[in-house]
Design a protein around this ligand. Structure first.
Ligand code: PLP
Length: 395
């Protein structure tokens, strides 16, 4: 039987990147001594009051179809937070609640792009972007953010990537896997190019609440972005709610209307009880995220401190998020070989960061979504492994 070419487009090569993670997961299930640092799923439980709100809703019979673009109170609460962050008016009509940021990105891709279009991405990029964007039929054009600059925006590369066919720029800020947080000047460069070439800009801000050094600036807050910027957010990372599948798009109301049509035909809206939990979460944003950020910051510092002492590898300190990139080029192994050997010889699973884009070739990505004792143990194992490779003990 024949399939549509669509199935090829959604089988991005990023899918294979997870092989090591699946192997680690299986090994853990088999009772082996593994430490999984290959995924960004927070180890915290969702705060109890959020779970309670959902359970109460379920017990109260909230088991029916719900408003397709999200319950008005939830949309209003999300909009109110944007209004405060962006310093401009944002209302419920500018927000649609969807099944996670991933779903939001897919909806944006299908609503904004078509075959023959080009979409520029900042490379490295989150692994699923390739399939998500190619699903629309558009061609991906990569604006390289190279390792030598610490993976920061290269304005020339971005400008060179734009052609007459370009319709949109997609980026995540903060970035996964690099942990780079773009500053206002860098965002302004992107905004200026978008205005000059009449482009959409889709900015994925799922790690916005996990900025460690400086306040996050949303691209949507810059002048001229009201109509053309689409902000994507979710509760997955900020509130330890990955399994709830709740996120949103914030954009011009006209796009939200189109997104609603797509949401209707794909999912027919979200579960009401999930939205009740989400409402409790959004209303308590600062209380929940502040504590989590402090914990992640301590973990980041632990990993960076311990691995920085290791000859043969170099650590890139992330400004945000829950991942650290480690440059393993000094070990003589490719990042893929490093990841698999590290896993087989020590039980620590990390991802080959090259899966996120060629500029990250030679780097592996570790997540710090485990407690400090396990992270310290993982660092000891990595240090021992690297010591064996380079013939020197790490302090
Ligand atoms: C940059 C980025 N965007 C989107 C997602 C998916 O988020 P969600 O769980 O809200 O779909 C992730 C998950 O790791 C991510 O790292």
């Amino acid at each position: 039987m024949r399939f549509s070419p669509f199935v090829e487009r959604i089988a991005g090569h990023g899918v294979a990147a997870w092989d090591i993670h699946h192997a680690a997961f299986q090994a853990q299930r088999d009772g082996q001594d593994v430490i999984i640092l290959s995924i960004g799923d927070p180890d915290f439980a969702t705060p109890q009051f959020i779970t309670d709100a959902a359970i109460n809703a379920l017990r109260g019979g909230d088991t029916h179809y719900a408003d397709i673009p999200g319950r008005p109170k939830l949309r209003q609460a999300i909009a109110a937070r944007y209004a405060a962050r962006l310093g401009r008016e944002v209302d419920a009509q500018n927000v649609i609640a969807v099944a996670g940021a991933q779903n939001a990105l897919f909806i944006a891709s299908l609503c904004l792009l078509q075959a023959g279009d080009e979409v520029v991405v900042l490379d490295p990029m989150y692994v699923t972007y390739e399939a998500t964007l190619r699903a629309s039929g558009a061609t991906l054009v990569r604006a390289i953010c190279d390792a030598d600059s610490g993976f920061r925006l290269n304005p020339q590369n971005l400008s060179d990537a734009i052609t007459e066919r370009t319709r949109a720029i997609f980026l995540s800020n903060p970035n996964n896997p690099t942990g780079v947080v773009l500053d206002r000047e860098e965002l302004q460069i992107i905004a200026d190019l978008a205005i000059a070439h009449d482009l959409w800009v889709v900015v994925d801000e799922v790690y916005e609440s996990l900025c460690y050094e400086r306040e996050h600036v949303s691209l949507a807050s810059l002048r001229g972005m009201e109509k053309r910027c689409v902000a994507v957010g979710s509760l997955s990372k900020s509130h330890a709610m990955t399994g709830w599948r709740i996120g949103w798009l914030m954009a011009d109301a006209e796009l939200i209307g189109h997104a609603e049509n797509l949401a209707l035909s794909m999912l027919y809206g979200l579960p009401g009880f999930v939205m009740e939990g989400a409402l409790a979460a959004v209303l308590a944003h600062d209380q929940v995220t502040g504590g989590m950020r402090d914990t992640y910051r301590r973990r980041r510092d632990l990993v960076v401190r311990r691995l920085s002492d290791c000859q043969g590898i170099a650590v890139l300190e992330p400004g945000a998020g829950m991942f650290v990139l480690v440059d393993v080029r000094g070990t003589g192994l490719t990042s893929l070989e490093f990841a698999w050997r590290l896993f087989r010889e020590t039980g620590v699973s990390v991802l080959d960061a090259a899966a996120f884009g060629e500029p990250a070739q030679g780097f592996v990505r570790l997540s710090f979504t485990l407690g400090e004792a396990q992270l310290a143990e993982a660092c000891e194992r990595i240090a021992g492994f690297v010591g064996g490779l380079v013939g020197r003990r790490c302090r």
